[in-house]
Ligand binder design. Structure first.
Ligand code: 5CA
Ligand code: ZN
Length: 412
């Protein structure tokens, strides 16, 4: 699947700061070490049954900041993202609206690309739909079966394949959830604890046998379609290897999705740990309620831009809170961000001394490297903008512009 254009990024003078990130698995903030010159990053992509809302955008903007930090740290980044283009919500919505589910997917993916481009988000080099990765999934399911990590349920009509929860010794290391919490989230987030024939209620579907009216593909274990978690295990590890730097998504993916994506990959490939860092963003709400497609309380990026809002202001609105906090979007957030952008632009008419510009860039780097402290980074620019900055030097404005553009993706 093609992705979208690469935004501009300039290498900045001065000293980069090593990125530190919070890892959900280890529950600590640690320096991001990259083996070789390339960091591997996999971020779970959209299920294209409705337009990208600001919650999605906030999550992808967070990983865009990580991408920019890794570049500033002198690494190359191999970024992979999937599209869950075969899944129940797509079929249900398509049926409701009387459209073909493939067409629905294609139109929503187009809108998503457009939003990402508007927001100057770095694109993945590999942007892979589930339908493009069927062979990879079949191959991984076969490995799980061969390794005794998966089994076919005893059901002649629907011989679904499940991965055993005890296939890896350290299952649960990613979420750190108790069995009770796992049960709750499994039921809530697409799991099927009551499916008859499973060895453990928490075992996860890796291949769903063909049902009437559902699309299916041939496999050695019968016609069917991929389970959700293994889609990401296969797409990620076939491109980034069995171990890579960052696996990411929103906090609603901590369990079961990321726990099982990791466990499937580890059981199939005999590896210890799929990602060095499991990074999760807080959910964005609207007036106190989680923004979600099912609730319909959505703010759309393309609507904001069509209404004349500056994409840089949308970025600043999202970055006004820390990525790990649950936070609200509102007209007020966007208004404050727009005002902030105007203040910064005005300040750049009189950028002041190069020395202060250099100091600002150092602070920006320091704040962003500290687990993406965007509120701190934005406050540093505010302070610079409101301070008396001395007489203008030629390169000061250029430097601040380049730093805001490269590190924050904000055009001033
Ligand atoms: N296709 C799967 C991942 S493999 C999926 O979760 N798709 S999604 O369209 O539902 O979500 C795409 C990404 O946006 C996920 O990382 C999800 O965690 C994130 N996301 C969804 N809603 C919000 C929200 N309200 N705030 C922040 N991030 C969100
Ligand atoms: Zn995923």
């Amino acid at each position: 699947m093609h992705s979208w254009p690469v935004p501009e990024f300039t290498t900045l003078p001065g000293t980069p700061q090593q990125l530190h990130l919070y890892d959900t698995a280890n529950q600590t903030i640690a320096p991001v070490e990259v083996e070789g010159d390339t960091a591997g990053m996999y971020v779970c992509g959209i299920t294209p049954y409705d337009s990208t809302h600001l919650g999605h955008a906030a999550t992808y903007l967070t990983f865009d900041l990580i991408y920019r930090q890794l570049l500033d740290n002198g690494h190359k980044v191999h970024y992979v993202q999937n599209i869950t283009d075969v899944d129940d919500p797509l079929f249900e919505r398509a049926e409701r609206d009387g459209v073909d589910w493939r067409e629905l997917g294609t139109s929503q993916i187009d809108l998503f690309r457009n939003d990402m481009e508007l927001l100057s988000v770095f694109p993945p080099q590999d942007y892979i739909g589930a339908m493009e990765a069927i062979d990879e999934v079949v191959d991984m399911v076969q490995k799980l079966l061969d390794n005794g990590a998966a089994y076919v349920v005893d059901d002649a009509e629907y011989p679904d394949v499940y991965a055993s929860i005890d296939a890896t010794a350290n299952f649960g290391y990613e979420s750190n959830y108790s069995r009770e919490q796992m049960m709750e989230f499994f039921r809530e987030r697409g799991g099927d604890p009551d499916r008859a024939g499973k060895h453990d209620p928490l075992d996860a579907l890796v291949w769903r046998a063909h049902r009437e009216g559902e699309p299916s593909w041939d496999s050695p274990f019968g016609p069917g379609r991929p389970g959700w978690h293994i889609e990401c295990s296969a797409i990620a590890t076939n491109r980034l290897g069995k171990n890579f730097t960052v696996q990411g998504g929103g906090s609603d993916l901590i369990f079961p999705h990321h726990e099982f994506s990791a466990a499937h990959a580890e059981a199939a490939l005999h590896s210890e740990r799929m990602a060095d860092f499991y990074v999760h963003t807080g959910m964005i709400g609207l007036d106190g309620t989680k923004m979600s497609k099912s609730l319909g309380n959505l703010v759309f990026v393309h609507k904001l831009v069509e209404a004349g809002h500056d994409p840089s202001a949308i970025r600043l609105g999202v970055f006004a809170g820390h990525y790990r906090t649950e936070r609200d979007w509102s007209d007020g957030v966007l208004m404050d961000a727009t005002e902030r952008l105007t203040t910064w632009r005005e300040a750049l008419n009189h950028p002041g001394s190069r020395e202060l510009a250099d100091a600002l860039v150092a602070t920006l780097r320091e704040r962003l490297a500290a687990d993406l402290d965007t509120p701190g980074a934005l406050a540093a620019v505010d302070e610079w903008a409101s301070a008396s900055r001395g007489s203008d030097e030629e390169t000061a404005g250029e430097l601040v512009r380049a730093a805001l553009n490269s590190l924050l993706g904000v055009r001033v």
